[in-house]
Design a protein. Sequence first.
Length: 128
Amino acid sequence: MTPNRRAFVAGSVSAVALAGGAVAEETRPVTSMYGLIGKMTAHPGQRDALIAILTAETGGMPGCLSYIVARDAKEADALWVTEVWKTQADHQGSLKLPSVQAAIAKGRPLIKDMGPYFETEPVGGVGI
């Protein structure tokens, strides 16, 4: 077998294996995840301080698949929090963690308004 033919066969075998893996991924049962998307408006000039509180020590939340804090592009004091959890129970459990309780206590005085707030059922995507 020529080197080009060997490379073609090896590439084809890899492509078939990858395609088989992709099909297996696509046909696996989708589990129900729990998501939240919420808007917070900080008191004037306090958004960055609130962001610092919300993003500190976020690595130790069991069941959390994604936690993103983002500045609103149009409102100077607003931000959005997007969360994806394995289950709603995981999210509820996180609210009892001492680090989360401390962040809530520290951040609450900086928040002028909460809302809107949406619950979602994530089904897939990057990082999930």
